[in-house]
Every structure is written in C-alpha cells, then in structure tokens.
Design a protein around this ligand. Structure first.
Ligand code: ZN
Length: 295
C-alpha cells in the first residue's frame, strides 16, 4: 500500500485501510485470513485486486478486513464504531460452479443470502437390536432419515434456497441398541427475506443462529453491470450463498456490492484446489477499476 502511494492506517479492530486521497469514502477490498487447508484466492484476490484497482483508478481506498472467516469480526467491529465508507465494492472468487456452468467470467452479486442454523430432534424407543422384532420398533434414526429427505425436498421447492444436514447425534449410539433420540443439525439459507422466512417455516425449526439476508445496493449493482456490459460480456446475477464483509457493511447502511469472478476446478473453495484463471482475473480487474471510477 505504501509503495502504491496510499496513506495507510490500522483501526482499533485491526482492519488495514490504504487511502488514495481522492474519493476516500469509496472502498474496495476483502480479507487476508483463510481457513485451514484453504485456497489462495478467497479474500486475497479482492485485496490484491483492490489495491491494483485503486492504483489504476487513482481514487478510492482499499481495505483489508481482519478475521473474516470466523464471522466477519473486523467488518462487524468497524460497523459498530460507525466509521464506515459511503460505498463498498468487493471482488471475490465465486466459490461455486454457476459461472462455470453458464460459461461467463463475471457476475453481479444481488444479495448475501440469509443463514439460519438450528436442530430438530426425533425420538423413538431404545431396545435390544437382536430381540426386538422389526414390527414393534420406534427407531429414532429411521425417523431422522425420513426427516433429512423432507429437509432436502423442502429446500428444493423454494427457488434459490438450500438446506443441509451436516451432523447427527445418535443416542445412545451403540451398535446393538435401537436409537432412542437423534439430534439433526440444520443449516438453511435463502436469498431474500420472503424466501428465508418461508424456508424456516417450512422446515419447522427454531433457529438458534440467524443472520437475515441483505440486498446489495442498486447503485453498485448498476455500476458493475454497466462495466460488464461495456465489454460485451454476459451479465449474470447471483446471490452469494456465503457470508462476506460486504453483507455486514450493507446491513450497516453502506451502499455495498460485490463482483464475483469464475471459479475453476468445479468451483471448489475452502480447498487448496481453489482456482480462477489469469484471463478472468484480468477481466475482473478491468471491471473493478472502471466501476471504482464511476462510484
Ligand atoms: Zn472470502
């Protein structure tokens, strides 16, 4: 940042900000922390790309939000302090296969999906695995299996919604005992408030952790869309299934937006095989620079 001629500051939360001195209330950037065994584009692309875009555009500021992967601690702290930019645009690798499938290098992000987590419990009756006839059983794990299928089908019926069971706790959890109680974890996500509420209601669980969906600003979406269209590229609109600092800022009233760049290798992310091509990165940097100049 100093080599680029930016004025560098670190705030109380550890966020790093480099200001060009021109339109410093328009920020771009991302995060530098990763997950164990993570890829090298998630976060880093938006920081390095943002630095280059600010340098090329000659305006704006680049931000490195601290500690994103464990729940956007840096951007949350910044939002709580109230010292926020007017606009924020984050370049990020898609972390999924949709742009690959659509044969498009870039996407305008329309929203950060809402996320609800909680549990459902099935109960049965424990008994001896050898002496209890099949006809008389109340097997909580068989009921849980049916529940998981219902969870899958419920999410599939709501456009853009997803739901995942990633963990089961089976009690008593012995090879030779009919399960008496199963705790089924639920991770449910949907792109806007109506579908988010409908999904949670249809799944029939009480979320213990809930983050509402947040729309990206129309002004930023429009500027990104225009920069993509100018290049004759297809305009793909995507809601982000993953959380991002842009969502925290948007919820705090910043006009925030995101630009996604196509993932290779099937869209794998949080994995060392995470990849995007040099050609797509070059296109993304052109669009990011032009958008930064317009905002
Ligand atoms: Zn990220």
């Amino acid at each position: 940042m100093e080599q680029t001629g930016l004025t560098v500051e670190v705030d109380e939360a550890g966020n790093l900000i480099g200001r060009s001195g021109e339109s410093d209330d328009v920020w771009t950037g991302s995060h530098l922390d990763s997950v164990p065994n993570g890829g090298k584009y998630d976060g880093m692309l938006g920081v390095v790309g943002g630095l280059e875009a600010v340098e090329r555009a000659g305006r704006g500021a680049v931000v490195v939000f601290r500690d994103e992967e464990r729940g956007c601690a840096g951007s949350r702290a910044r939002a709580a302090s109230g010292k926020l930019p007017r606009r924020y645009l984050e370049l990020h690798i898609e972390q999924g296969p949709i742009l690959l499938e659509r044969e498009a290098p870039l996407a305008v992000v329309t929203a950060i999906t809402g996320l609800a987590r909680g549990e459902l419990v099935t109960t049965g009756r424990a008994g001896h695995a050898g002496t209890t006839p099949m006809a008389g059983r109340a097997d909580a794990l068989v009921d849980a299996a049916e529940l998981i299928l219902r969870i899958r089908d419920t999410a599939a019926q709501i456009d853009g919604a997803v739901a995942t069971v990633g963990r089961l706790e089976v009690a008593p959890g012995a090879l030779n005992v009919i399960p008496a109680r199963v705790t089924v974890s639920i991770d449910a996500r949907a792109p806007d408030p109506d579908r988010f509420a409908a999904l949670i209601a249809a799944l029939g669980f009480e979320p213990t952790y809930r983050v509402e969906p947040v729309a990206m600003a129309a002004s930023v979406q429009q500027a990104v869309r225009a920069a993509i269209e100018t290049r004759g590229l297809p305009v793909v609109e995507l809601a982000s299934g993953a959380g991002h600092d842009a969502g925290i800022l948007a919820a705090a009233g910043v006009e925030a937006g995101m630009l996604f760049v196509r993932s290779q290798n099937g869209g794998v992310s949080h994995h060392p095989d995470e990849l995007t091509s040099d050609e797509d990165v070059a296109l993304a940097l052109n669009v990011l620079t032009e958008t930064l100049a317009r905002l």
